[in-house]
Design a protein around this ligand. Structure first.
Ligand code: PHE
Length: 450
């Protein structure tokens, strides 16, 4: 459809376009980098089970609530909050929710872009055929990258230019087009990798590790990690889903489209886990490696397996696509706010915001080396930004969104926007009013006290 040349806002060209871009936002480093290493650290299948429950009972209902606010408000997160609160007569205080979202998204983007830069570096290494023979060598290669601020800054810059370049082109001819090109590629590569993992790796061991039920391994910490990750992977509480929802036309069913996004996001995480762990086990590597899992453990497997070079290139291309489409959705909410509040041209808004985020990202690059002694409670800048967003602003926004939709907006408006059969609506609404805020609040309290 049309771009917003005049005052009219863009809308996605179809319901499927919305599904695709929202999958693009949700499927990211969270699914392919973080999810597998968290499974490894949190005791395998216990984490997977709790995570699936969290997605179904907490994150998915909230995901619908966030789309709902965006579409009802028909603007960037700040103006969507202003419009909906005016409609329901709520306190202006609620605008904070929009602000927290668009600003936290920029903070996440600053370190997300740095990690994505690592991935692009590994992609280039895989293309030129760099090999690692031992675990020590793989660790050294990763440490060398982290210790080199120029190299980190270079790849971070490349990634930010890619991200801003897409957002600057517009909602339909930039964001939608980029997702239409990258997402099918991502799925094809992923299916190919799982297949290859089944042939060249130890798939039964991976299946046991991910799906054997061990109730005794479920601890409060596993629960905490699972809820946090369910939020992160569905891009909740950051204005991204709200902003994308604001370009959704009024006729489309929120519940019907969100099912696809949630299902695909979960499937991608699980498939990535299967591909990664079947190689990890086949080559006798450590599943609980932590953040280095795909950057230290996998390159070792790639160097040893038949067809490992092609596998390596495809794998890092997959992660690059995933990170890129997510980063786009982290930038768009703030850019939309600049355009709609100050009448800026999209390109100016996108590049201007990009430079600010890039600068913060340079600080993140330095926090691994030159600035590593500057810490807060033992955390470097990278950790501080990660903790501030994933442990604080994400859950707090989550509770606020649930309370706003469940208790403040009013049942009539919410029902009108959801257009669900009465019984299903009542169940969803009850979950948003009670289970979601209580569960997130408990998890949040545990996180800050424990
Ligand atoms: N969902 C993305 C991922 O899994 C990260 C993200 C968080 C994107 C918040 C947008 C907003 O990697």
């Amino acid at each position: 459809m049309k771009e917003s040349s005049s005052q009219a806002r863009s809308t996605w060209s179809s319901r499927w376009a919305f599904i695709l871009v929202t999958i693009g936002s949700s499927v990211g480093l969270g699914n392919i980098w973080k999810f597998p290493y968290m499974i490894g650290l949190q005791g395998g299948s216990a984490f997977v089970l709790v995570y699936l429950l969290c997605i179904l009972l907490i994150a998915w209902p909230l995901f619908m609530a966030e789309i709902l606010i965006g579409r009802r408000g028909g603007g960037n997160p700040v103006s969507a909050m202003a419009t909906t609160l005016a409609e329901c007569g709520a306190s202006r205080f609620w605008r904070v929710l929009g602000w927290v979202g668009i600003l936290s998204a920029l903070v996440i983007l600053s370190f997300y872009g740095v990690v994505a830069g690592w991935v692009v570096d590994y992609l280039c290494k895989a293309i030129v055929g760099v090999r690692v023979e031992t675990a020590l060598e793989a660790k050294r290669a990763f440490d060398t990258l982290l210790g080199n601020p120029l190299q980190l800054a270079f790849w971070h810059t490349v990634f930010m230019v890619l991200t801003v370049g897409v957002v600057a082109r517009g909602v339909v001819s930039g964001i939608e087009l980029a997702n239409k090109l990258m997402m099918p590629g991502l799925f094809l590569i992923l299916v190919g990798l799982v297949f290859w993992g089944a042939v060249a790796g130890d798939m039964p061991a991976a299946l046991h590790f991910l799906f054997d039920v061990h109730f005794e391994a479920i601890t409060p910490d596993v629960f905490l990690a699972a809820v946090g990750h369910a939020f992160f992977t569905l891009s909740l509480g950051m204005g991204a889903v709200m902003a994308y929802g604001s370009y959704l036309d009024k006729k489309t069913s929120i519940a019907g489209t969100s099912i696809w996004v949630v299902a695909c996001d979960t499937l991608v995480g699980l498939l990535a886990g299967l591909a990664i762990f079947s190689l990890t086990f086949r080559y006798g590597l450590e599943p609980s490696e932590g953040p280095g899992l795909i950057l230290q453990t996998l390159p070792l497997a790639f160097s040893n397996m038949p067809g490992g070079r092609v596998f390596g290139v495809l794998f890092f291309l997959l992660v690059t696509f995933a990170a890129w489409t997510s980063a786009i959705s982290l930038l768009e909410p703030f850019v939309a706010w600049l355009i709609e509040s100050f009448g800026l041209r999209r390109a100016t808004a996108a590049w201007g915001t990009g430079v600010a985020v890039w600068l913060l990202g340079i600080g993140v690059c330095l926090s691994f080396n030159a600035w590593s002694e500057y810490t807060l409670f033992g955390n470097n800048l990278f950790d501080v930004l990660d903790i501030a967003t994933s442990r604080f602003s994400m859950p707090l926004s989550g509770v606020a969104i649930a309370v706003y939709v469940g208790w403040v907006m009013g049942k009539r408006i919410v029902a009108e926007e959801m257009r669900l059969p009465h019984g299903i609506f009542s169940v969803w609404f009850a979950v948003v009013r009670t289970l979601v805020p209580v569960a997130i609040a408990l998890v949040f309290l545990h996180a800050i006290t424990g």
